[in-house]
Design a protein around this ligand. Structure first.
Ligand SMILES: Cc1cc2nc3c(=O)[nH]c(=O)nc-3n(C[C@H](O)[C@H](O)[C@H](O)COP(=O)(O)OP(=O)(O)OC[C@H]3O[C@@H](n4cnc5c(N)ncnc54)[C@H](O)[C@@H]3O)c2cc1C
Length: 335
């Protein structure tokens, strides 16, 4: 193919599509509506915890997400040196001991840690918990650092990039890959929004080194450590396309639950309260949907797994372009 591939949307899905295709030798033009100098301002991706957690997510996600998520980890590691591969720890409030056993039954690839093992691995968590599940194969990153890195890599690889662009109308010639997230809902009527609120804090007294999940019965929570003692505390999962500011209720619940993990969160500085809307398809499995006789691909529906599965969606597009359309995330829309 010699015609330029136009990619709409520089969220995590569009960035991975652009990088994969330009490195494979295709001419790529990545178009993003948000202007510089805040290139990701309109994305759900900038709010993500950016955990690569196929096993923990399998508690509620289909098995396919776990399988493809495992395949995505080496793809991330090959591209982005900022991946922290330190696993995930899962704990339950001491008054809910059954929760950890239930979670263990619903997931794979974990080890049950006793108090000594927990104290060795994450000493500051062991002051409040005497057992945990350890998912050693999982990883995480800081979302916007990773997006900055990918965007630079796309430019360095030779793609054209336009920010602050109006809608492409009429469509550019050549292949269009629509990665607009929820903004594509008029063209993908099955798409729905799932609101996710999160708090960013700087907690100088907290020294967690890997994501911690708390199986709180009312406020299931995770805390993801980013550089400089910044922690992402998330996240609500609300069936709503409302991207408006975080509510006081959610802020109180998330911050209250975080201080069950570590007293130091009470002294943390709040850096940002925000909400993103995850684009989701009815079965919560993302797809690359082929439309208009192959002139438009829609890479969308990443739900809670956009960081996890973005490399696999990019592979699905490559499979389509190589005329090998049997990828599990590739779907042809009925004519
Ligand atoms: C609080 C929270 C925590 C999360 N945590 C995780 C996690 O730990 N791990 C994980 O894997 N996933 C996580 N997710 C999910 C993940 O963030 C989403 O699946 C992902 O962001 C979806 O990416 P996207 O590129 O499809 O959409 P978006 O990130 O929304 O990107 C779409 C882009 O398209 C642009 N756009 C819109 N219209 C146009 C147009 N007409 N022209 C050009 N550009 C346009 C937008 O400005 C935007 O930049 C989380 C999500 C939230 C909200």
């Amino acid at each position: 193919m010699t015609q330029t591939i136009t990619i709409l949307g520089a969220g995590i899905i569009g960035l991975w599509q652009a990088l994969t295709l330009v490195r494979a030798g295709f001419p790529v033009h990545l178009i993003e509506r948000s202007p510089q100098p805040a290139p990701f301002a309109g994305s759900a991706s900038r709010y993500a915890g950016a955990m690569l957690a196929p096993d923990c997510e399998a508690e509620a996600a289909p098995a396919l997400v776990r399988e493809l998520g495992h395949a995505a980890l080496p793809l991330w590691r090959a591209v982005y040196p900022g991946i922290a591969a330190r696993g995930t720890l899962v704990v339950a409030p001491p008054r809910e001991p059954g929760e950890l056993a239930r979670y263990a039954r619903a997931t794979l690839h974990h080890t049950r840690l006793d108090a000594n093992a927990l104290a060795t691995l994450e000493p500051e968590l062991a002051t409040r918990f005497d057992t945990a599940l350890y998912f050693a194969g999982e990883a995480h990153m800081a979302a916007t650092d990773a997006m900055d890195f990918l965007l630079n890599a796309v430019v360095e690889a030779g793609a054209r990039v336009s920010f602050g662009a109006p809608d492409v109308s009429p469509p550019a010639p050549g292949l269009l890959i629509d990665c607009r997230g929820l903004a594509a809902c008029s063209d993908l009527p099955a798409l729905r929004g799932v609101r996710g609120e999160r708090v960013l804090v700087r907690a100088r007294e907290v020294g967690f080194t890997r994501p911690i999940r708390l199986l709180h019965p009312r406020v299931p929570l995770y805390v993801v450590p980013w550089p400089d003692r910044i922690y992402m505390i998330g996240a609500t999962v609300i069936e709503s396309a409302d991207g408006g500011p975080m509510t006081v209720r959610s802020a109180l619940e998330l911050l209250g639950a975080a201080s069950l993990l570590h007293a130091g969160f009470a002294e943390a500085e709040i850096l940002d309260l925000g909400a993103g809307v995850r684009p989701a398809l009815p079965d919560n499995i993302p797809r690359v949907i082929v439309e208009q006789g192959g002139r438009t691909l829609r890479a969308n529906g990443a739900y809670r797994h956009g960081f996890l599965l973005a490399p696999i969606l990019a592979q699905a597009t490559l499979a389509y372009l190589a005329s090998a359309p049997d990828h599990p995330l590739l779907e042809r829309a009925p004519k």
